[in-house]
Design a protein around this ligand. Structure first.
Ligand code: PMV
Length: 325
């Protein structure tokens, strides 16, 4: 019997991935860029036990048994096994019991699948002693999972090869490059989202002209600009691109037919509050970004965390304290 445990953190995109050019291989239509959070707060943990006595593969998510015949899970397993160290021998034939859990709401637009599949793939790679980049394998679980394989500021290159070998993540800068950077996660709702990101982006690819315009004309320049801002630690430039990209992503969701609404009234109040706060400060101190859900991620620098957190607590008093990352 062999048991391994691994953890992977959540990543929050500042230039969003939205739309696939290949549904099966999960190849995106645009590059994206994110920050990986510290594992101290929001992460997924996977434990895998392999045994010659297990009759079947089994899988538990957050303590509840789920179907192992999940296509994405099996794609990750198949790809990892292709790269397994030949010395694994019989281990490759043993059945697996996989337990995965998140320490935060699942499928509420808080990148749970990114952390979940990154934890799964890195734990499988430890089990089978896989070497080299595994981000392309994590991508087969959930596109954004490839970015959670690396820490700090991470770019996912859309790649050009039909098989997706070059659609991989790479680190732009480590977390220690910009240690003052912080994220506040405001959990507006921990309900599961109405439209999955998979179905939302599929519908956007089919119907949104704005999506094509963004992928071709906007994202390439935006990725270059935000990398420049990160390298120079230019928070104002970083924040402006982050907010513009979040807004454009949600504009695409509206431009999708039928539209998908991920933000709610509280999300929009947070956007107004951030702009009012930045105006009052006479400088861009805080940036918001929203994924496929109503919850806000605020990027800001360490010095401004206490003031912004107390402002949020004053304005939304019924909420529990935002978690600092
Ligand atoms: O990896 P998925 O299929 O959960 O898609 C994630 C899409 C966004 O979170 C909205 C954007 C992103 O780049 O993470």
């Amino acid at each position: 019997m062999k048991t391994v445990t691994g953890i992977a953190p959540v990543n929050i995109a500042v230039v969003k991935y939205w739309g696939k050019r290949d549904e099966d291989l999960i190849l995106p239509i645009n590059d994206s860029l994110s920050c990986t959070l510290s594992t101290d707060f929001m992460c997924a943990k996977t434990t895998i036990m392999a045994s010659p006595t297990f009759p079947t593969h089994r899988f538990w998510l957050n303590g509840k048994e789920s179907d192992f015949n999940n296509e994405r899970l099996n794609n990750c397993l198949t790809e990892i096994r292709k790269r397994a160290n030949p010395k694994c021998g019989d281990l490759l034939n043993w059945k697996l019991h996989i337990c995965s859990e998140n320490n935060f709401p699942t499928a509420a637009g808080l990148a749970s699948s990114a952390a979940g599949y990154a934890a799964l793939v890195s734990t499988l790679s430890a089990l089978y002693n896989v070497e080299g980049d595994i981000s392309a394998i994590a991508r087969r679980g959930s596109g954004s999972a490839c970015r959670s394989i690396y820490g700090g500021f991470v770019r996912w290159n859309k790649g050009a090869k039909p098989g997706g070998e070059d659609s991989i993540a790479c680190q732009i800068a480590s977390a220690s490059h910009w240690p003052e950077m912080r994220v506040l996660i405001l959990v507006v709702s921990d309900d599961q989202k109405k439209y999955s990101s998979t179905s939302g982006m599929k519908q956007s690819v089919l119907t949104s002209e704005l999506l094509k315009h963004r992928a071709e004309k906007i994202v390439p320049g935006r990725v270059d600009e935000i990398i420049k801002a990160i390298k120079l630690k230019n928070f104002e430039a970083f924040a402006k691109i982050t907010m513009q990209d979040s807004n454009q992503f949600h504009a695409i969701c509206l431009d999708t037919y039928p539209p998908c609404f991920y933000m709610n009234d509280v999300s929009r109040m947070i956007i107004e509050l951030v702009h009012a706060y930045n105006d009052y400060q006479g400088a861009t101190k805080v940036a918001y970004t929203f994924d496929a859900g109503p919850n806000a991620c605020l990027y800001l620098l360490q010095n401004d965390v206490d003031e912004v957190a107390s402002l949020i607590n004053d304005i939304f008093p019924s909420n529990t304290n935002p978690k600092k990352h």
